[in-house]
Design a binder for this molecule. Structure first.
Ligand code: ADP
Length: 461
């Protein structure tokens, strides 16, 4: 049974269970059948004797009179009429009843006689002060062995038939119940063989276990397909982005070998190679940190910090011109965050605002608090983003126009911004109007100021 299918095991189990039930029922029937038969015979005997008694009367002269309803033999009961002195007046004693059983009014009992067992019931019909007759009913007691044998005979014929029907019915029910599982297995195998994740399990919608399992599998296939597609896209984009500077470097080297003659020309080529190498380094480090963040190898060290101080210190460290980048972060707003990651987020947003802003434009970095939410917004009065690009700018390697914003950047900045925000349990949104400017807003859960610290004493990230 070890290697058998679940369907076979279930059918065998149902059949065995039914066989056990059948046997139990048989034992129960054998136990109660003889006592029921005995009880029924007694009732018949008493009933018959009583009804015959009502058909007997005695004349004034003592003569016996039996009405037409009186029957000497009915339903296996022989009825006899005896005189007071116990001599037989009417009726015929069964041949095998040889006992001289004393009369006992109203008592029904069993009597062993001539190798048979009889049920005997007597009733006394009185007449006058002294006279009367005995009405005696005799009936052969039901034979236990015979009943048991009959029952066993029926069981021997019925049991195999019953088990066959149970096994067949059980197999059909189990097979039908398991058919959705068959479909799930087939679809999963087909997906596996064809290595095509677009297949789905086609089961009618329902609330049973199999429908829920199919839904869960379909959901899993959907996620796997999306993640494989994203992975494929990422690999293609990353290799494309890395190939571009490599090709430029290769081309520059070949050109320099052939045509660069003066030290000035060679210096220019070297500078260009340097720029491309820088771009590759930045791209690789961005890709690495995004992958680490995704895989959880770059762990966030969360600590309570002032978002206002963090915004100010990023602008100071990056040496943004205070006339160009205006920080409005007077209210102390605290969050639970990783200082390095959040600084990278702010820097990415401000760098973008400067990159895509007007040459004489401004960038505003504002920190505020709205109920339990800390807000950090980076606004510029630059070129803005058209509505059709607003959702896509969050995707890796997406650039509205790669010629905009100079050579730097590979379309990874905003994707990282969103990743960092989500890692902190926050969100980042974009509002923009082409030609007017863009506002990126980070929302994080605000936390109370650290104990014993005034906002001014808060740690600088
Ligand atoms: P990139 O390295 O190209 O800047 P990002 O992921 O940071 O990559 O941004 C994706 C695209 O979104 C950019 O190519 C740019 O077209 C657009 N973008 C980002 N920030 C701004 C902004 N402040 N103003 C206008 N366009 C922006």
């Amino acid at each position: 049974m070890k290697g058998a299918s679940v369907k076979l095991k279930l059918t065998a189990w149902i059949t065995l269970l039914m066989a056990a039930l059948f046997c139990l029922l048989l034992v129960f029937m054998l136990t109660i059948s003889s006592s029921v038969a005995y009880r029924t015979s007694m009732d018949t005997l008493i009933e018959t004797v009583k009804s015959n008694l009502s058909c007997v009367s005695l004349q004034q002269d003592g003569r016996l009179q039996l009405s037409d309803q009186f029957s000497f033999y009915r339903s296996g009961v022989s009825t006899l009429v005896y005189s007071q002195s116990e001599s037989l007046l009417a009726g015929q004693l069964p041949v095998s009843f040889t006992a001289s059983e004393p009369f006992q009014n109203g008592l029904t009992r069993t009597v062993e006689t001539g190798g048979s067992t009889y049920l005997v019931s007597d009733l006394w019909l009185a007449q006058g002060w002294e006279g009367g007759v005995w009405i005696r009913g005799l009936m052969e007691a039901p034979a236990h062995e015979e009943i048991a044998q009959n029952l066993l005979r029926i069981a021997i014929i019925a049991l195999p038939l019953f088990l066959l029907l149970t096994a067949l019915g059980g197999w059909m029910i189990v097979k039908r119940s398991f058919s959705p599982l068959e479909s799930i297995t087939q679809t999963a195998a087909a997906i596996n063989e064809a290595r095509d994740l677009s297949g789905r399990i086609a089961l009618p919608r329902g609330k049973d276990e199999f429908s829920r399992l199919a839904d869960a599998f379909n959901g899993m296939f959907e996620r796997l397909e999306a993640s494989f597609e994203a992975e494929r896209q990422f690999t293609a984009d990353a290799s494309h982005e890395l190939r571009t500077p490599v090709s430029i470097i290769k081309g520059a080297c070949e050109y320099a070998e052939k045509y660069d003659e003066t030290p000035q020309e060679r210096l220019e080529t070297i500078l260009m190679i340097h720029r491309q190498a820088d771009k590759m380094t930045s791209l690789i480090s961005q890709l690495l940190s995004m992958t680490r963040l995704e895989q959880g190898t770059e762990l966030a060290h969360l600590q309570q910090l002032s978002l206002s101080d963090l915004a100010r210190s990023v602008c100071l460290e990056q040496a943004y011109s205070p006339e160009k980048v205006i920080v409005q972060a007077d209210d102390p707003v605290f969050v639970q965050a990783d200082a390095a990651l959040l600084s990278r987020l702010v820097q990415n947003l401000v760098d973008n605002a400067l990159k895509y802003g007007k040459p004489d434009g401004h960038v505003w970095v504002c920190v505020s608090r709205q109920d339990d939410t800390a807000l950090l917004s980076v606004r510029d009065d630059g070129i803005g983003i058209a509505p059709e690009h607003r959702e896509k700018v969050w995707q890796r390697f997406y650039q509205v126009d790669s010629s905009r914003g100079g050579q730097s950047g590979a379309g990874l900045g905003l994707s990282m911004v969103r990743q960092i925000a989500q890692l902190h349990g926050g969100t980042v949104t974009l509002e923009s109007q082409p030609g007017v400017g863009s506002t990126f807003t980070l929302r994080l859960p605000a936390v109370p100021a650290p104990c014993g610290q005034t906002p001014q004493d808060a740690p600088t990230p």
